[in-house]
Design a protein around this ligand. Sequence first.
Ligand code: CLF
Ligand code: SF4
Length: 495
Amino acid sequence: MSAGCRSTTSCGTTTPQQDPEIAEKIANHPCYSAEAHQYYARMHVAVAPACNIQCNYCNRKYDCANESRPGVTSDLLTPEDAFAKVKLVASEIKQMSVLGIAGPGDPLANPKPTFRTMELVARDCPDIKLCLSTNGLRLPEFVDRIADLNVDHVTITINMIDPAVGERIYPWVAYRGKRYTGQEASRILSEQQLEGLAALADRKILCKVNSVLIPGVNDEHLVEVSRTVKELGAFLHNVMPLVSAPEHGTHFGLTGQRGPTAQELKLLQDRCEQDDGAEMNMMRHCRQCRSDAVGLLGEDRGDEFSPETYQGREIAYDLEGRQAAHEEIERWRSEVAMTRESLNISTGLTIPTPPDEPAAPAVRPDEVVLVAVATKGSGVVNQHFGHAGEFWIYEAAPGWARLVQTRDVDRYCNGPSDCDEDEGDGKGPSKLAQTIEMLADCAAVLCSKIGPGPTDALAEAGIEPVEIYDLIDKAVAEVGGRLITDRAPAEVGTP
Ligand code: CLF
Ligand code: SF4
């Protein structure tokens, strides 16, 4: 089926995003809805230290690398402390809508603290969604428990469905008191993962599948993984890049296994989304958060909540204040949606629409350019170029603004004195040069402010800097539309 046939208007089919029950579940989940991630935050609590498998991209001194960047550690909490922290964070950061348990080991290898934490939160914080991320080895055993607790979002990391691929990723698996190695280990893991996925889907629990893209190991295989998990009922597929460096002390880091480039990652995500038979709903905005992350995706406000602020304290839960804050967010979201609609701008199928919002036509234009955006969230271009620690990459065309990736950069400006003087440390490319390299395939960068130095450097690299303070979707579609109209036909293509 072509990308065009995926349009709700041309085929008349109902997409998962338009199923009211699903739309309701993802409306304020920052990971399951790329649109919601501009407005709502998540928090993780690190209550699950043990793990029952070994991944070659993991060093167990650090957090589970299935949802976190390798090399970070989180402070372990008891369920009671985690509960107190959740109430405090949710009352301070009112847009926090989801509690995830994602480590630092595997939540289901630590069922007692994982489920105890969830029980406490479900009892006293009725407006918080519960989310779980697991390697899946013990998933079939716990599906009923998960359903009973109303956990309606579960992530399973599935890197392979073929044990021959798996034995290059997993040296061992500990299952029912026995340690397995070789292909048998991966066969057991894969069977458990797929059985657990199907059982969750049967119970209408939304499942996201995370896959770590390991070039030369599972890159070609992941399209098949995508197709298989979709058939079994997965809602979303999140292909994440392997992050691999010798200093992480992982098998892959020490043996020189490289991670993918941003371009390789996007290509594979596009293939999973468009490939005949796969056509999966892809997550494009994952930040590989740590297992104690707090805040909007892409920011970490964990330092604001040290143990002294909640441990052993009676914390009141500000449900009323939270409801008022969420109403305000929804009011602003519907204004943004109305503007988008009045300008006839589509954000593509991967950005689900809230239940009461008509789905925009989602036919990807043949001609698009990539546009990078500096933003602090809320749907607005509102970040200075030099202050950005990440850029959001959009496909842009007239009437089209679709988020397809986020890319990290090393923020280079810490004040006016840095603005035009990023000369580097003499040991390698400067931070500005690295940022420009990271955005090399973009036609323009949108930001609220930019100095003359970076303006010239971007222009020299063929990337147009655009200083603007406006809604992202509107600005992206307008700038992309202008660039496409202005360029000679031969220059325009599909990035
Ligand atoms: Fe956390 Fe994961 Fe739930 Fe989100 S994170 S348990 S689904 S609430 Fe989100 Fe972070 Fe990516 Fe995970 S951006 S690493 S996908
Ligand atoms: Fe590490 Fe997570 Fe893999 Fe366990 S499942 S080995 S904690 S990356």
